[in-house]
Each structure stands twice: as C-alpha cells, then as structure tokens.
Design a protein around this ligand. Structure first.
Ligand code: PTJ
Length: 249
C-alpha cells in the first residue's frame, strides 16, 4: 500500500496515484482547480495511448535531451500541474542538462508563485526563476506573458509542459526552440513544437533525463544528428494514429 491507500496491484494504481498528487497540489495551493480538469483530459488521452511511452514518444524524448544538451540557455517552464506531479524529476532534469527552472502560470497569483517555488526548493532546486517577472513575451495579453529577463526571455530552448496554446505559439514566434510535453497530439502547443513529446509527464521527464545522461559525453555533431533524425510530424501522426486506432483490450 502507498500513502494513498491504493494497493499497488490495483489495475489503475499509477493513474490513481497521479490523481492524488494533483488533488494534494490543489490543497497545498500549488495547482489551480483548472489543473484538475487538465489532468482529466490528459488521463483520457493516456488511456487511449495504452498508458505507456510509445516508441515515437521515446524518440522525441531522446531528441528533447539532445536539444537541451546542445542549448546555450535551456529553461524548463513549470506550472501548477508540473510542480504537483514531477517536482523532484524536474530538478533532476535541470541538473542533467544544466538548465534553469522558471515558474510560469496561467492563473498567476503571487501566493501560488511562492508556493511552487518553495515546493521546488524542497525537492532540491537551488534557484527558481519567474518571481522577478521583469520581462514580457510579446503578443500575449494574459499572465503567462510575465517572464524573467534572464530566464525564459533569454532562453534559446524552452521545455513547455502541459500548456495552453497561446504562449507556445508566442514563444515559437520569438524564435525559441520548444519542447512540448502534452498528451494531446493535436493541441496547439504540440502543433508548434520543434519536439512534440506525446507522453504523460510522469513518464516523459524521467525518460528525457535518462537519455540526457546517456548522451552526456556525446559530441555536438552526435547531438545534432539525434535532432535531425527526429521527425516531429511523424511523431504527431504516430501518436494520433495510436489514439484513434489503438486496441483498447
Ligand atoms: O498552473 P497554471 O495556472 O499555469 O494552469 C495550468 C493548466 C494546465 C491548468 C493550464 O495550462 C491549462 O488549462 O491547460 P490546458 O489548456 O488544459 O492544457 C493542458 C494540456 O495538457 C491538455 O492538452 C492535456 O491533455 C495535457 N495534459 C494533462 N495532463 C497531462 C497532460 N499531458 C501530459 N501529461 C499529463 N499528466
């Protein structure tokens, strides 16, 4: 049994544990109530994908690792769902690829910003950006436009998990290379991503870290090859095909 009293033998153990983390996130003031809805949407896609990392998602995760390792200034963007689901794993990824972590919220309040930064520090983060909010993403009129000048504003590669599409499009417009983690292969964020990762964030982040550790000593040429061999359109198509035509048995 775990701390949520779900036996590990339960067929939906992982899914129930994930729900519990989101619920806890809401109770702690980390996750927004809309985050519960986003989680439900994600779960439906994940169920249809077979609740596993499909081979094209694994290839995307390797390309994501290569992009982050090649980047001059990589930043991992964190919202309320990401902080509740994978706080330790985000810190580990940031360490593996030498990236900054920045909190960026759709439903931004100072309280939530502080609660998330504290939560990430409790899980090992040294520095958490996003609180300065001394720069803006052009073309966005909501709270997600607020970023740090020495964080997302200056980044060349940004990891954007569980995002609404507006900011993803605006970041792409700024010329940033985006790695999007989103279980919906047809979301606007996934559509604009250089590297669309159609996988559950609880599997995707540790898997990107594993690939990054494997590629840690690779030359820039090898990293570039990994990226060039990855086809984002094929990854989107493949995930959509799995969702539409997968075998539910
Ligand atoms: O914390 P905030 O205030 O920044 O708000 C965050 C949410 C997630 C509430 C906000 O960005 C939002 O409303 O997002 P959307 O428009 O619901 O999009 C979230 C996307 O993430 C959807 O396409 C979901 O299918 C997907 N998703 C949900 N849970 C997961 C997921 N993708 C990967 N892993 C998940 N666990």
């Amino acid at each position: 049994m775990s701390d949520v009293d779900v036996p590990e033998s339960h067929p939906r153990y992982e899914s129930l544990l994930t729900r519990h983390r989101i619920e806890e996130g809401v109770e702690k003031g980390i996750t927004s109530r809309q985050g519960l809805i986003a989680q439900g949407r994600g779960e439906a896609f994940d169920y249809l994908l077979g609740e596993e990392t499909i081979p094209s998602a694994d290839r995307a995760e390797r390309a994501a690792a290569a992009q982050l390792l090649l980047a001059e200034k990589p930043v991992l963007s964190v919202n309320g769902n990401v902080a509740a689901l994978v706080p330790k794993e985000i810190v580990e990824l940031a360490e593996a690829v030498d990236a900054d972590i920045e909190v960026n919220l759709f439903n931004r309040t100072e309280q939530r910003m502080e609660a998330i930064a504290t939560h990430l520090r409790e899980h090992g983060a040294d520095e958490v950006k996003g609180l300065a909010a001394d720069a803006r993403i052009p073309g966005l009129d909501h709270e997600r436009a607020k970023v740090d000048a020495d964080g997302i504003r200056a980044a060349d590669v940004v990891l954007v998990p569980l995002e609404d599409g507006d900011r993803a499009a605006a970041l792409a417009e700024m010329g940033k290379t985006e790695i999007v983690i989103d279980l919906n292969p047809r979301s606007r964020s996934t559509e604009v991503a250089a590297v669309p990762v159609v996988d559950n964030i609880i599997r995707a982040v540790p898997n990107i870290t594993r690939h990054a550790r494997e590629l840690a000593d690779a030359t820039p040429e090898t990293l570039t090859e990994q990226i060039e061999h990855f086809d984002p359109d094929e990854a989107r198509r493949d995930a959509e095909h799995r969702i539409r035509d997968g075998d539910l048995a």
